[in-house]
Design a protein around this ligand. Sequence first.
Ligand code: ZN
Length: 343
Amino acid sequence: MLMKKINGHGHLLPYPKDIPQFMQDQKHFWVSEDGKFMCQGDWTRPITDESFFLNEKLAWMDKHEIAHEVVLTLSQLYCNGLNEQTCYDIIRFQNDFNAKVQAEHSDRFTTGFVVQPAYIDQSLKEIERCVAQHQLKLLCLSTHFLNQDGEWVSVADDSVAPIFELADQYQLAIEIHPYDADKLVNMKNTFWRHHLVWMMAQTADTYMMYVFNGLAQKYPNIRTCFAHGAMLAQANHARVIQGLEGRPDLFPGAHHPNEVLGHKNIYFDTLVHDPYTLQLMINRHGSNQILCGIDDPYPLGEMETVPGWYPGKLLDEAVDKEIISQKQRSDIWCDNVLRWIGG
Ligand SMILES: [Zn+2]
């Protein structure tokens, strides 16, 4: 069956020479000259696939017949805890980089831009700039940020309202994606637990805040996608409701989570690794709110560098197990992604 494939969740690294020198000098973020490692402070991570880089990603997309990809921003560049000027410089670099990719390859990529909510005025100006100057229409937000009082705050907190208001005015798509769990959770990163457990908890936490604060109802023009299917939020749905109903005194003004089940402006991507988790998401929200997200080229994504995996494997398995129909699979690969990004 011919099926147009649009991947709604991917990442792209600049080539080493395209990263400004100050970012390496100040150890914020750089890529080793041989393209084998990404580095930040004392942290390094192997670059596990060539398709982290632009030309190689285009070849990888061709190989897997992926017509178009939504490129989010790099989570390493959320700039949590950095001062205002450094944050401005790094975020401008990231957003200009993504804008250039979209401008030069608009048929293959829709790219996102990022802001750091600790600096609201800067964020609002950057949204204006990215929309007006770069025609970007996807705002990428980290699930949590470090505010100026040194507290970790969910991005769905009331203090971030001006950003959502402006996004609503511009009718932007929004992606909420976790990172920096190692900074929130004071435990050694044994067995990669920050990626495997705590990042999932971050997304579940911000989904809960988004729902209780009624952001979908308050801002009817934004369409928000939660990364990795907000998979722990799916399993946690009934516990959250029991908390609300068991201790209503703790929830003044909170919206009921059932109000947004299947809400047309809340989306989840498919990066949940398991067809039965996908089934739970579909049971809760309906397949129209699910969009294909490969999270390439990271090794937690649906990458052929990981034994047994290839892009789209989860959806194929879900068809084989009769969890979804072929029509639902093709909608998840294409129409649902387009509805989210507003294309
Ligand atoms: Zn990702």
